[in-house]
Design a protein around this ligand. Structure first.
Ligand SMILES: Nc1nc2c(c(=O)[nH]1)N[C@H]1C(S)=C(S)[C@@H](COP(=O)(O)OP(=O)(O)OC[C@H]3O[C@@H](n4cnc5c(N)ncnc54)[C@H](O)[C@@H]3O)O[C@H]1N2
Ligand code: MOO
Length: 390
């Protein structure tokens, strides 16, 4: 058994960025930007009115001052002339401010009569003009790599860049193994169970930006496993579920070894997740997660998600942690790092009483994993602890 930190290093050593593709803005949200976005123009591209009102000379704004309205500037239609002394241009939000004007008086502070506008409130605390380039200048950059938020996509669009170079989505082949498994919706025999792990992991991987392909369930025999592993062509990562432990029917490590798996490790000092294995099958990294559903998902959060982010060109780093006060006393921990299913709320983390790695209901109610270091002594409520939000 190796420590979690060492296993994670070995996991990162198995992967490299999967390459890039160009996608239109409409498909870019949530993807990892692979090349910087460079602004093709300034924003605003001209000094723009921030309000509906009258463009004129600020120095002339006094109570009751009157201006002759010499034209109009709707958004998208600049007024071509120059605003002189005693003149104003009717202007609307977003329109270019005409030459000669250095202030927009909002229409609520004026009275209009024919082509004359009178100041009714000489409030000069704001010019109501957005300077050219006040947001960004041509050549300004949005740096890569970064996960593109909706606001990032909006910024790229404003920079007049219609498509972006992003990391390809890593393709994950997900292979559940076990004679006891049937697909959801089928009629299980009394001695069978419904395969759920693949669905949880698929959802987790896709939320991390990957594309996950659920392969048909492999039976606990060498031929079935070999066949199933042969269906992983084109995958950037193979993830097997179950059959990772030491029982007579736990064949994954053996079959993968026969197929040429270059093992990185098998067994990690963590709970749950001890039987985790990883290596390289030909050119393709492979990770075998344990069959217990909670173990599979915890390994997903602690190893596979960081791995998939690194494959998309993001910095290879462990699942982010926060600190929180314990909401209950906890007993001393043993020789494996314990990831306890817990609820994190208002800076307090409270683990569930039952931590059996088969309890899907508890996992579903949890929003955090309370991390108990190896050999951590018992702790009192109120002491600080590390937590991985999930
Ligand atoms: N003698 C020992 N027995 C076990 C050890 C050990 O060290 N010595 N380790 C235990 C630990 S810890 C774990 S975790 C499990 C994991 O073992 P496997 O990876 O071999 O998983 P399976 O035996 O195939 O399955 C375990 C459990 O999970 C259910 N399962 C499997 N796949 C799915 C799926 N896709 N969806 C839902 N449920 C699944 C399976 O039916 C079993 O109930 O081993 C311990 N044993
Ligand atoms: O390590 Mo197992 O994953 O406790 O259930």
């Amino acid at each position: 058994m190796i420590p979690v930190s060492e296993a994670l290093e070995k996991i990162f050593a198995l992967v490299a960025p999967v390459g890039t593709e160009r996608v239109p803005l409409s498909k870019a949200a949530g993807r990892v930007l692979a090349e910087p976005v460079v602004a093709r123009r300034a924003q605003p591209p001209f000094a723009a009115s921030a309000m509906d009102g009258y463009a004129l000379r600020a120095a002339e704004v006094t109570q009751g001052a009157r201006f002759r309205v010499i034209g109009a500037a709707p958004a998208g239609e600049a007024f071509a002339g120059t605003v002189g002394a005693g003149e104003a241009v009717r202007i609307f939000t977003g329109a270019p401010v005409p030459d000669g004007a250095d202030m927009v008086v909002i229409q609520e502070n004026t009275a209009r009569d024919g082509d004359v506008v009178t100041i009714t409130d000489p409030d000069r605390h704001a010019t109501n003009i957005r300077p050219a380039g006040g947001d960004f200048a041509p050549g300004d950059r949005m740096e890569a790599p970064r996960r593109l938020s909706p606001a990032d996509v909006m910024l790229a669009a404003a920079m007049n860049v219609p498509d972006l170079v992003v990391s390809r989505r890593p393709v994950v082949a997900l292979l559940a193994t076990g004679n006891e498994l049937v697909m959801p919706g089928e009629e299980p025999r009394d001695d069978q169970i419904v395969a759920c792990n693949g669905f949880g992991l698929k959802a987790l991987f896709e939320a991390a930006g990957a594309e996950a392909r659920l392969l048909p369930i492999a039976r606990d025999d060498v031929d079935s496993l070999r066949t199933a592993l042969g269906l992983t062509d084109g995958a950037d990562l193979i993830v097997t579920i179950g059959g990772a432990s030491v029982g007579d029917h736990d064949l994954v490590a053996g079959v993968a070894a026969d197929l040429g798996l270059e093992a990185a490790f098998h067994k990690v000092a963590m709970r749950p997740g001890k039987p985790l294995l990883a290596g390289r099958l030909g050119d393709v990294p492979m990770v075998g997660v344990p069959g217990n559903p909670v173990s599979a998902m915890v390994c997903g959060h602690i190893f596979l998600r960081p791995m998939l982010l690194a494959m998309q060109g993001l910095v290879a780093r462990p699942a982010p942690r926060v600190t929180a006060a314990l909401g209950a006393d906890v007993a001393e921990n043993g020789p494996r790092e314990h990831y306890m299913r817990a609820i994190l709320a208002d800076g307090v983390v409270t683990p569930f009483d039952s931590q059996d790695s088969a309890l899907l209901g508890v996992l579903s109610q949890s929003n955090a994993l309370l991390v108990r270091p190896v050999a951590d002594p018992s702790r009192k409520a109120g002491e600080m602890a590390e937590v991985v939000p999930i």
